[in-house]
Design a protein around this ligand. Structure first.
Ligand code: SAM
Length: 346
């Protein structure tokens, strides 16, 4: 890839879903920081030139990063600080333990003063404390000189086969950001995303057993000849028997009364719907099953649902891989956000 004009630092980068979208749009990663080495190993595996730092962001001083990594200028700071329940006093997000990660994001923006920042989070961040958290976020960054806009984006509007919603705040030093309009009117279905992947496991690095069956699958396979991360979970006989009773797109309500309570969560025993985008995938709780196979989606299938291309390989244990995938911002949604940002740089 040619040297990009625009750069980013990714805070709380995880394995790099948000980063990947920015790279697809033409940005270059200067540094990714997270405190989870597994996720950073995956980041590095897929982006060998990138620099990663494993550390607790609540304890990292951005001035040290500036000096140690010799970063003078960065175009955009991106990331999703996990919120452990914001604490507010009056109309301010105060400096206390629970707000440390959010405050760390603010301090990086204050230190580097990039052209823009992109901060994503769970949708209900907009309603916490009757909107006080949202207003306080806007004020924190406005005080630094940014024009802040926010919106809840739906991943399936941007070619991701999943109805995942994320709240996204974008701040610009110059101008106003307008969020990307949907890139697709017909959402990609789970069948379009997955139908070329077999029921059984495929050893890492083996050839695809079937040809691509949809435009989405062709796009996911671009430049790739072999499959990775497609190891099927073998469930107990009882789990297999119960899930086999649930139809495509169904859930526990399709089971006989005596089996409905076998898992104590309302999303239990749900099958993906082959004719719709997927419900939000989780980090491996094993409640969502394939639309036709009697098993949970493999890591590769979950990655397809998140719009990670097949060239993106997940490292470490299967449990860790599910968590890395489930935590991520869908790259195609991130790409739409990033492309819309490109004209806003000086
Ligand atoms: C929602 S995930 C980020 C996903 C990422 N944006 C992506 O698109 O792949 C949140 C990340 O924050 C990291 N994290 C949590 N607490 C942290 C801390 N104190 N310091 C650094 N990273 C932290 C977690 O390890 C996790 O990878």
């Amino acid at each position: 890839m040619q040297d990009s004009k625009y750069t980013f630092i990714d805070l709380f980068s995880g394995c790099g879903g948000l980063s990947l979208g920015f790279e697809m749009a033409g940005y270059k990663s200067l540094l990714a920081i997270d405190n989870w080495q597994d996720a950073l190993d995956t980041y590095k595996h897929n982006n060998p030139d990138a620099r990663t730092l494993c550390g607790d962001l609540s304890k990292i001083n951005p001035e040290d990063i500036k000096r140690e990594y010799n970063i003078d200028r960065v175009s955009v700071i991106i990331g999703g600080p996990p919120c452990q329940g914001f604490s507010i006093a009056g109309k301010r997000i105060i400096d206390d333990e629970r707000n440390k990660l959010y405050k760390s994001f603010v301090s990086f923006v204050r230190c580097f003063m990039p052209d823009a920042f992109v901060m994503e989070n769970v949708p209900n961040i907009l309603s916490i404390g009757d909107g006080v958290v949202k207003e306080s976020i806007i004020k924190d960054f406005s005080d630094l000189g940014y024009n802040v806009n926010y919106k809840i984006l739906l991943a399936s509007d941007y070619g991701v086969p999943q109805n995942r919603r994320r709240a996204v705040f974008v701040g610009l030093r110059n101008g106003e950001y307008s969020f990307p309009t949907p890139t697709t009117t017909t959402p990609i279905t789970t069948k379009e995303a997955l139908s070329d992947l077999p029921d059984n496991s495929v050893a890492d690095g083996e050839a695809y057993p079937l040809p691509a069956q949809s435009v989405y699958q062709q796009m996911m396979r671009k430049g790739v000849e072999t499959l990775h991360n497609h190891q099927a979970t073998i469930h107990t006989e009882q789990t297999t028997r119960i899930i086999s009773m649930v139809p495509d797109g169904g859930n526990y309500k399709d089971l006989p009364k005596e089996l409905q309570q076998t898992r104590n969560v309302h999303i239990a025993w749900s099958r993906l719907n082959s004719k719709k985008p997927s419900i939000t995938i989780d980090t491996g709780h094993r409640h969502h099953f394939h639309y036709t196979y009697n098993r949970v989606p493999t890591v590769r299938e979950s990655a397809r649902i998140q719009s990670f291309p097949d060239s993106f390989v997940f490292t470490h244990s299967k449990t860790s891989q599910y968590k890395q995938v489930g935590n991520a911002v869908p790259p195609l949604m991130a790409k739409a956000i990033a492309e819309q940002l490109l004209p806003n740089h000086k």
